[in-house]
Design a protein around this ligand. Structure first.
Ligand SMILES: *Cc1c(COP(=O)(O)O)cnc(C)c1O
Length: 460
């Protein structure tokens, strides 16, 4: 066991073994002794250790503390799973170890990102001319897109933010609902706009933007540099903003419109849900994740921008020792993201899309939505259980009477190991939050999870 082939084969075999057995292990390792895990990992050796021993030790130590996020009954957050081809491509990505900065550091990574980015735009119904960056996730995508927005709206006001910074420049208005994802706030903090600058817009009962209030908020201030953030797939309910109307209103005020569609943008890739995103192509930037609903392994997200020059102007840089930007007419991946030395995320995305094909992507979205409806139907038949949202996508919010009982039941379900759902507070109520986003989840997994929830309600 000392060749590299043996080492990698062993690692791959263990990963495959985990994935094959993941459906049968407790979904969350409630009973694991984390101090023992820590103790097994804690001694930094004085000298080298053979690689095979290192891997054996790592597996033995952490295996008991793994969460079955690649399994079929993990419904917390919106984690997705990991498609087989994407997982294998990710293993190769590590083996190839390409810094995906430009066509000089890796022509292969530059080409594959170019191709996969084009596929993503097509599947998501975004303009063919939009630029894109393969980022680390939704946070990265929101940050990059809002940086491009900041550049563009200030340039329109005659202010070069890249050269001059924000001090002394015109104020930038940022308008979003109270139900935006917290990564929007963090992006605004990092970009110097400040989370406190947000002008909140109210929402309807499902958490979608209130158009009348949007109009009022926009009219209440100047038509100077303004950014409006919309949401495709409300974090809790899965609701969609009315993009056609909201974008038209925002554009009337010369605002830049950013759409956070970390998981919900995938509705556009499925004919059965595409209507939810109607009008979305008129926005100025879009953020989505690959590691959620597309089922690419962590981590990858995508920032798209209808203004490629603003996108590149805010992200790219040059230095004397750098060559190869735009080499051979090839797009330089590093010009559209925050990182220079970066993982070649394009390989795994390409593999996921290639494995699924157009119909496979649509079917994945459709199936998850159908399974979410199956959860809602079965759970609503249980005494004292209410479904708090319209199940338009893959999200189901479940109440169990009062808040305390709801929390007790969620904890009991989490401890059961049968499945895992998180908790949320939405519109003043504690709720179980179910997200169906893995390719592995079947009707039988939903039924088994409902049985676990039913058992928890009977003992609470
Ligand atoms: C998950 C999520 C994000 C953040 O994405 P990460 O990939 O976790 O950084 C942003 N917005 C929404 C709506 C999300 O669901």
């Amino acid at each position: 066991m000392d060749s590299l082939l043996d080492l990698l084969t062993n690692a791959a075999a263990r990963a495959a073994d985990h994935r094959e057995k993941v459906a049968e292990r407790p979904v969350f390792p409630s009973d694991v002794d984390l101090e023992a895990v820590r103790a097994a990992l804690s001694s930094l050796a004085e000298g080298p250790t053979p690689p095979a021993v290192v891997i054996d030790e790592l597996v033995a130590a952490v295996e008991p503390a793994l969460v079955a996020t690649t399994g079929p009954r993990y419904f917390g957050f919106v984690v997705g799973g990991a498609l087989d081809a994407a997982t294998a491509a990710d293993v190769l990505t590590s083996g190839w170890d390409q810094p995906a900065f430009n066509a000089f550091t890796s022509p292969a990574a530059a080409v594959v990102e170019d191709v996969a980015g084009g596929w993503l735009k097509e599947l998501l119904g975004l303009p063919a001319g939009a630029s894109f960056g393969f980022v680390t996730g939704g946070q990265g995508a929101n940050t990059v897109a809002l940086a491009a927005a900041r550049h563009h709206v200030l340039a329109e006001a005659g202010w070069d933010v890249e050269q001059r910074g924000l001090l002394g420049g015109p104020p930038v208005r940022v308008v979003a609902t109270g139900e935006r994802h917290a990564t929007i706030d963090r992006a605004l903090r990092l970009l110097g706009l400040g989370a406190g600058a947000l002008e909140p817009v109210t929402t309807d009962a499902q958490g979608a933007i209130d158009l009348a209030d949007l109009a009022q908020v926009l009219a209440s201030g100047s038509d100077g540099p303004t950014i409006v953030c919309l949401q495709a797939g409300n974090v809790n309910s899965g609701a969609f903003d009315d993009f056609a109307a909201a974008i038209a209103e925002a554009h009337d005020h010369r605002a830049w419109v950013h759409v956070d569609g970390a998981f919900g943008l995938w509705a556009a890739a499925n004919p059965g849900t595409r209507h939810l995103t109607a009008g979305i192509e008129a926005a100025d930037s879009w953020a989505t994740d690959g590691h959620k609903w597309l089922n690419v392994p962590y981590d990858v997200g995508y920032a798209f921008c209808a203004h490629p020059r603003a996108h590149a102007a805010t992200m790219s840089y040059t230095a004397a020792y750098l060559t190869g930007q735009g080499q051979g007419g090839l797009r330089a991946p590093g010009d559209y993201v925050l990182e220079s030395s970066r993982r070649a995320r394009g390989f795994a995305t390409w593999a996921a899309l290639r494995q699924l094909g157009r119909t496979g992507v649509a079917e994945l979205v459709e199936r998850c939505c159908a399974l979410a409806r199956r959860f809602a139907e079965q759970l609503s038949a249980i005494d004292n259980v209410t479904i708090a949202n319209d199940v338009v996508l893959n999200q189901v919010l479940v109440g169990f009477g009062d808040d305390e009982r709801t929390d007790r039941i969620i904890e009991s379900v989490q401890r059961s190991g049968e499945c895992w759902m998180g908790a949320t507070t939405w519109h003043g109520q504690r709720l179980m939050r179910i997200s169906v986003s893995s390719w592995r989840t079947t009707e039988a997994d939903v039924d088994r999870s409902v049985a676990a929830i039913l058992a928890a309600t009977e003992s609470s």
